[in-house]
Design a protein around this ligand. Structure first.
Ligand code: SF4
Length: 352
């Protein structure tokens, strides 16, 4: 039996004819957060909470471009990426199509990304040596869909990967979805709750742009869509989890100001997850600044100008030359995951 949200999406796609569906999706694709440029630069977003690499997480928090001074959105390993361009467009267009379809079913949608913004402040205490400091966590999230379900505020996080990824998620079960998308789903709920909305669930709705084959068992059972839903229910410990990861980012930020950055993955991880899909290059592929050469992004850093660095990143000194690479320890997910043991799992391959 389908999840009700898949049935709703399927119904909506049957209710809205093609020209209106395209119009709705195109309108969605052109939405923008009108205040994006006026918001403070450093914010903790739900996607940062789900970031596997601690170095990449900090660089994104500190707004490092893919290469120093070079801005580009569809990027992989510090270069323009055709596949990233396609996947981003697929995801955005799919969101617009699904929102248009869900609205047509009468669903009470209160807001959609990026015009619906969850922005909240939270204060927490962190220990630095013998000092206790109050940290201000500035949260900023763009939940894909905020809607009312029988009077309760709930969220939808939409993903539109390949049909192969969906087959893999079906095979590996809900734990694989929770590992990959659970932290982001939790953080979105957490920010909403800080804003006073008692959000109890976030539905991760994943669907492909391919339908099931006519005559297949799925089609005979009335399933036209390759889609799955995994619902993350709010639970004790989730707020603590989100706060702990945010604190870790802020602690890393303070340490970076003093010249200590998280350790990069080993250079021979360059073509493996997560480095293979990272915005930054792990190794120089020709005229590139590698992810750990942080002073190139931050010329005023206390490390800049020190001739003896390569050892920017304690404790070891990874090199950018793959053949000479000293294996370094991947950024550990650390104690932040402690409250939720079921999330203490290694990162999955990407879902492209
Ligand atoms: S390339 Fe790898 S080590 Fe470097 S920031 Fe990205 S994920 Fe981290």
């Amino acid at each position: 039996m389908n999840h009700w949200l898949i049935d709703q999406l399927q119904l909506g796609l049957q209710l809205v004819d093609q020209p209106d569906l395209i119009r709705g999706a195109v309108e969605h694709c052109s939405l923008e957060d009108p205040y994006r440029d006026s918001r403070p630069e450093r914010r903790i977003s739900p996607t940062l909470i789900s970031e596997d690499c601690r170095l990449s997480r900090l660089k994104r928090y500190r707004r490092h471009d893919p290469q120093p001074g070079w801005k580009w959105r569809s990027v992989k390993q510090g270069r323009p990426s055709a596949s990233s361009a396609m996947h981003t467009l697929r995801g955005t267009f799919a969101e617009g199509m699904a929102v248009t379809a869900l609205r047509a079913t009468g669903m009470q949608i209160l807001g959609v990304s990026p015009t619906c913004v969850f922005e909240a402040e939270e204060f927490s205490n962190a220990v630095y040596g013998e000092d206790m400091r109050e940290l201000e966590i500035n949260w900023l999230g763009y939940p894909d869909v905020v809607f009312l379900n029988e009077g309760r505020v709930e969220l939808i996080q939409m993903k539109c990967p390949s049909v192969y990824a969906i087959t893999r998620y079906r095979r590996d079960g809900p734990a694989s979805l929770e590992r990959r998308y659970g932290p982001q789903a939790m953080a979105e709920m957490h920010i909403g709750r800080l804003l006073g909305m008692p959000i109890e669930r976030n539905h991760i709705l994943i669907f492909a742009f391919e339908g099931t084959l006519p005559g297949s068992e799925e089609a005979k059972a009335g399933q036209e869509l390759h889609a799955i839903v995994h619902t993350v229910e709010w639970a004790d410990g989730m707020a603590q989890f989100c706060r702990r990861v945010a604190e870790e980012i802020l602690e890393d930020d303070v340490a970076a100001d003093q010249g200590t950055w998280p350790t990069a993955y080993a250079a021979d991880n360059a073509n493996k997850w997560p480095c293979s899909y990272c915005n930054y290059p792990r190794v120089d592929q020709g005229d590139q600044v590698t992810c750990e050469e942080v002073t190139k992004w931050e010329p005023n850093s206390p490390l800049a100008g020190r001739p003896e660095t390569p050892s920017l990143l304690a404790p070891s000194s990874p090199t950018t030359a793959p053949a000479m690479a000293v294996p370094t320890t991947p950024s550990p997910p650390e104690p932040s995951l402690a409250p939720l043991a079921r999330l203490q799992l290694p990162p999955l391959p990407p879902s492209k």
